[in-house]
Each structure stands twice: as C-alpha cells, then as structure tokens.
Design a protein around this ligand. Structure first.
Ligand SMILES: CC(C)(COP(=O)(O)OP(=O)(O)OC[C@H]1O[C@@H](n2cnc3c(N)ncnc32)[C@H](O)[C@@H]1OP(=O)(O)O)[C@@H](O)C(=O)NCCC(=O)NCCS
Length: 211
C-alpha cells in the first residue's frame, strides 16, 4: 500500500537518487533544521553552517523526496568512502579560523562513522517539518535499502541518539534492530545527547509495515 505521502495534497511525492542541481542550499537547510542541535557546537552559527554544508555536499550520496518539484526530504548515506556531508579539515579551518576551527574539528570527529565491509551507512535522514508523519521518511528508508541491495551490501547501518525515540521507533518499524549502545554521558551538556544506539537492517528484509 502506498503511504499517505501526498504532502499538502497538491501532488505526489517522488523519490529520486541524488540531490537535484540547484537544490543544494535547500538540502543544507533541511539537514540543518533536523541536525542543527547536534551539529551546532561544531558548525554554529547557522548563517555559517548552512552555506558550509551546502558548499561541501556530495550530491550523489543522498536519496531525495520531492513534492511538486520541491525538495521535502533527504537521506544521506556513505558508500565507497564518500558521504553526503563533506568538507575537509582545511575547509573547516578556513571557514571558522584556525584557533576556533580546531575545537570544531574535534567535535566533528565524534560524529565520524566508518562502514564495515558490506555495510551501507545511512547517516542523516531529514524531512521538512511540515511534511512529517505522512510516510516520506519511510519511502526514503526503503530507497536506501534498495540501493544497498543493488550495491551488494549485506546490511544497512544507522545510529540514533537517545533523545530521538520517535526516530528509533520508526527504524524499528522499518526492520532495524539495535545492536549496541555507546554511552557518553559526559557529552550530554555539550551535544544534547548522552548515548548513541547502532541499528542494523539486513539487506533483503522489509519493514514490519509494508509500504
Ligand atoms: C525522523 C523523520 C526523518 C521521519 O520522517 P517522516 O516522514 O515523518 O516519517 P514517516 O512519516 O515515514 O514515519 C513517521 C514516524 O516517524 C517518527 N518521527 C520521528 N520524529 C518525528 C516528527 N518530528 N514528526 C513526525 N514523525 C516523527 C515517528 O515514529 C512517526 O511515527 P508516529 O507518528 O507513530 O510517532 C522526520 O521526523 C525528521 O526529519 N525528523 C528530524 C530529523 C531526525 O530526527 N532524523 C533522524 C535522526 S537519527
């Protein structure tokens, strides 16, 4: 069954691979809206963060949801050593200054996630706040799973923070199983979360609820 992903009701949601040319800024805004709280200590202020993210996106490392041609959601992934969000250490230092940049690089290193062989890491799914709860996120997750199968991956992996139980519930409904939790209570004051749970979904399985 198709999810009720009709957005405002004016059109149909389509899912595509890659960020459309010209939509990089919009993608960065969606990403920041979803992850600004988590990434703020590394990339704030938003006026700097959004252009920085937009300028360093790897457009071919996302699946996107469009409604009437407008980007309303995206899911980034890592494959072949490349992830949706880029930006070298040099770029961070040039943008934020050498002294402040170093501190930011250390924080960004905490978010580094490297896929094991046979894994596709989904690292950042975001849907426009006005379009949430209508199945768009689920469509994106299924597209990432299809992509993982095409790439002969064994499993899709993601990480979810302890302050996002609704996202975790969504992942469980879509067939992800928690495999471990890393507790970092000393980071709660800085980053707003104190634990990260890694979840896996074997390739070839579907979520509990069919789409
Ligand atoms: C998580 C997210 C991508 C889900 O997208 P979506 O299009 O709302 O997903 P679906 O419509 O397919 O599924 C809805 C389910 O998503 C989950 N969800 C998580 N945060 C949600 C939110 N703010 N609003 C609505 N649903 C949310 C819930 O489990 C919801 O089911 P429920 O209504 O029974 O609680 C979206 O809510 C979002 O962008 N959140 C902010 C960014 C984020 O938390 N990303 C995940 C980081 S691990």
């Amino acid at each position: 069954m198709a999810p009720d992903a009709s957005g405002t009701g004016t059109g149909q949601v389509t899912v595509r691979r890659g960020i459309p040319a010209g939509a990089e800024r919009r993608a960065a805004e969606l990403y920041w809206d979803a992850f600004g709280r988590k990434l703020g200590p590394a990339l704030n202020p938003p006026e700097k963060a959004v252009p920085f993210i937009a300028a360093h996106l790897n457009a071919d490392r996302a699946v996107c949801a469009l409604l009437d041609g407008q980007l309303i959601g995206l899911a980034g992934y890592q494959l072949g050593g490349s992830a949706l969000t880029g930006g070298s250490a040099g770029a961070v230092l040039r943008t934020y200054g050498h002294l402040r940049g170093l501190h930011r690089l250390l924080i960004l290193a905490l978010f580094e996630r490297r896929p094991a062989p046979g894994q596709l890491v989904m690292d950042g799914i975001a849907v426009d706040p006005g379009a949430r709860g209508r199945g768009v996120g689920s469509l994106l997750i299924e597209e990432v799973a299809t992509l993982a199968a095409e790439q002969d991956c064994r499993e899709v992996r993601l990480d979810v923070i302890d302050t996002n139980p609704r996202a975790r519930a969504l992942y469980e409904r879509r067939g992800f199983v928690a495999v471990r939790t890393e507790r970092t209570p000393y980071l709660r004051a800085l980053l707003g979360f104190g634990a990260v749970t890694t979840m896996h979904r074997p390739v070839g399985t579907r979520g509990a609820r069919d789409l």
